[in-house]
Design a binder for this molecule. Sequence first.
Ligand code: TA6
Length: 610
Amino acid sequence: MTKTDTSPSAKGGKGNALDGWTDDPRKLLRARANVPIARFERDSTPGWDLGKEAAIEQTAKRGEIMAELQERLWAQANAGESYQSLLVVVQGLDTAGKGGVARHVLAMVDPQGVSMTAFKKPTPTEAKHDFLWRIEKALPKPGYIGFFDRSHYEDVLVPYVQNKLKGGNLEKRLDKINRWEKALGEKNITVVKFALLVSYKEQAERLLERVDRPDKQWKYSPSDIDTRADWFEYQSAYEEILQNSDTDNAPWYIIPADHKWYARHAITEIISRTLADMNPQWPKPTYDVEAERARILATMDSEQLEDYENEKAEKEPKRSREEADFKAKVAELNPDADAATVTRKFDGKNAHGAAYDFGAQVTSWKPDGTERLWLSSKAPKHGDPTRGGVPICLPWFGNGVDGKQTPKHGLARSQSWQFVGQHQDGGRVIAKWALPKGALATENGLWADLSATYEVSFGNKLRLQLTVTNEGKKAVDFENALHTYLKVSDIEKIRIDGLQKVKYVDKVPGKEGTRSSKSEIRFGGEMDRIYLGSGPVTVKDGTSQLQIRTDGASNIVIWNPGGKRAKEFADIKGSEWRNFVCVEAANALDDALRLKPGKSHTMKYEVAID
Ligand code: TA6
């Protein structure tokens, strides 16, 4: 093949960011797809058929993307906007190329955002503690990429080979590691693990080279050849590890390492894609940009300013092109970033929960092992909000006060929110998302100045807290709602208490009008009411009762489509409409909010089970 034929862009298809890869290496190299490892070719290059030169070229290009993603991660954590960090674990026998990964892959990002730890044989102090003690101390701080050259897995490999993990102790240790790695997610640490697998033959040549070359002799230790004698035991130790600790929280990737260029290329690609998933953003300035600009200008003379403006105008098109290219590339690297399919799971002592970054939509809340939110069984699609859980409606409700806004229920539910982080508090897990200023802008610029944060507490109670801030200089009018889909046994058997005698706007076609009712709400057919009151409300479902309290909301919306209308909704299948009721907190229509410059509004929603 000629060089032109093999350029990365010549293969892999345009617009899918494969950039020469035949498929996403995260799929191809995932441990669970490749065990048993005995049949794994160490000199193979899965997913890359374009050879060494093209790989090196492509690694460097990805390195630029990786560097910017890392810089964003770091800047965002420094500004206190996010607590995320990435932990890269690299395991491999002597000569497998662990150091090379540090020097060639991690070296492509700013060293001030990387913390590297090489784990050697435990020191006497380390040996006195639990094997995770020294590992825990080396975990990356928010904003950092932590790089582990060897890791807690040494404490499986070595005792396994020495025959010290018998009678279920291997399983126990791996189980402990799995639980510990899962908890890292709760500390906002994303984990990726690489097993560099070199062949027996290649290892001999690399060891020999170390002994033969004066500049490499320092790398050799006579004990290396003793370890080599245990080659087959180590292979089966790896087999056990890869089979039993490859989890979605902390995935293992098997990297064939006979070709160093391939190993570095694959690891760069996987780290870049993982960082793209983490979706770091530049932090917002904490000062008034215009005011600061004016202060700087006051210190410059007009000639200098003119030169500056000319240079800026010249550079600007290139800069914005680069920014657009970067965004497009990151979106390609992480095609799911904007899709509803990226699900975060939250596990606390008192409850389990889940949410999409897309729309910051809570999708599950299990306070007592039982699911309390209804979610459509239809698979979510890119850019298309799914009904169920808790969609956030913002900056308008329905089609807005003027009835002309699209998409229905505003822009917040059809874009990815920035995941800020999570923490445990007692038995609860508290997770937070943010939407920066500009994200809600429409073409007429009406809502461009709003930013939002969303805090969700998954515990015995589900607590939602949506805060909207006006970061602009003019007042902004907006509507909002937390469109909660509560799971019920059968809509026609439940009753809702708390809204008797409260006026409501009926939106069901043919029934429009404002009225009230003296009795508890019962369902039969479509119901779509905006109550001009804020509860509290009780959903009575057989012996169980859901207590709903709101704050900062002038309206409660009650909705169920009923059997006939449900047929219009592709994501409400068959009789699924029977199993939910929407009891929403809202500020809509005449109760729309007006936010003065610099002010925030918080709406709260709480569900408890009796
Ligand atoms: O909150 C009630 C409502 O506005 C109804 O009018 C109904 O259409 C429902 O929300 C579902 O909204 P969606 O945009 O998901 O179709």
